[in-house]
Design a protein around this ligand. Structure first.
Ligand code: PMP
Length: 325
């Protein structure tokens, strides 16, 4: 018999899928690590489970406890699944720019969701970071995961995402391309891959409106880089502790429009119905494609599933309103 004891045992071991159309003109194959095959439909299931397991081990999360987190949806989904199986409550704070689909999905798996304004500074008391911190202080027997600064985030990718890519490519991977947010995916995966082969090139993809690329290039946190943008789950207005910039070789900026259009092409031309940041990541790779040659084997991460964006990038009216079509 081959039976999983619960849904959490289905996390990870996602497929690596060759792209056959969009990247046809490139000198090398391009492989997508399609993370929507995780049970919560995103890569964040990996780190959510890890954060819970580490908190349990360290005694920070006790039976009957409440998990508190600020999340754009995907981390929340992973945490909610772990909470259902392990018997915890969840309260999430999120921002008013996130798709309604994401919030309803979180409520469907039992989480309480509090929506906060997007366009305030991180230390403003109304920001989703501040509201989560306050809740954590006021709620007895609660644990604030803080995915930005909690090293269990990048550790999950060091232990699972990195080794999977290494094994699936038989150690032949040459480039890792990741649209980046908390930095957990890129840092943990890159730390593992570079440990195996320091020659592997790691490219971070950043939306306009985020300060990460400028920080990488200059070491300065420049708030003049920061403005509202539409891409979801990626870019930051501060530098989370999960980043180890020493494992990143370059940052590439992608516009909201080009990311959205590329996500639609991935669905139409590859039959892979992925989320917005998959489009952003692949667009970044295409912008840098002159750096690839016939011996390259780039792997690009597709973080989540397209169903979360049917009211947005997969909706022609929304695309026209934003001037993307
Ligand atoms: N894409 C999506 C859709 C996400 O939800 C996230 C997580 N914020 C990312 C990309 C970036 O991943 P990470 O936080 O590990 O940098």
């Amino acid at each position: 018999m081959d039976i999983k004891n619960n849904i959490l045992e289905t996390i990870g071991n996602t497929p690596l899928i060759r792209l056959n159309s969009i990247t046809k003109a490139l000198p090398c194959p391009v492989l997508a690590k399609v993370e929507y095959f995780n049970p919560g439909n995103s890569i964040k299931d990996r780190m959510a489970l890890k954060m819970v397991e580490v908190a349990e081990k360290e005694g920070k999360l006790k039976p009957g406890g409440t998990i508190i987190e600020c999340t754009s949806g995907n981390t929340g989904m992973g945490l909610a699944l772990a909470a259902v199986v392990k018997g915890y409550k969840c309260i999430f704070t999120t921002t008013d720019k996130q798709s309604k689909e994401k919030l309803n999905i979180l409520r469907a798996v039992g989480a309480e969701v509090i929506v906060c304004p997007t366009d305030v500074e991180p230390d403003d008391p109304r920001s989703y970071y501040s509201v989560a911190r306050k809740l954590a202080a006021e709620t007895p027997n609660s644990f604030h995961c803080n995915q930005y600064d909690n090293f269990a985030n990048r550790q999950a990718h060091f232990e699972t995402t990195g080794p999977e890519i290494w094994e699936q490519t038989d150690g032949k991977v040459t480039h890792l391309i990741v649209a980046t947010g908390t930095g957990g995916t890129i840092t943990g995966t890159a730390q593992y891959l570079k440990k195996m082969n320091p020659e592997i090139q790691v490219w971070a993809i950043d939306p306009y409106g985020s300060l990460l690329a400028h920080y990488f290039e200059t070491g300065e946190v420049d708030m003049s880089q920061v403005h509202p943008y539409i891409s979801e789950g990626i870019g930051e207005d501060f530098v989370p502790k999960n980043y180890d910039m020493s494992v990143v070789d370059r940052f590439e900026k992608v516009t909201d429009k080009e990311g959205a259009i590329m996500a639609r092409r991935i669905a139409l031309e590859e039959g892979i119905f992925a989320g917005y940041s998959a489009g952003t990541a692949l667009q970044g790779l295409m912008q840098l494609s002159t750096l690839l040659n016939k011996d390259s084997l780039p792997v690009v991460i597709f973080h989540d599933h397209g169903s979360r964006y049917v009211g947005k990038i997969y909706n022609d009216t929304w695309m026209k309103e934003k001037g993307f079509l």
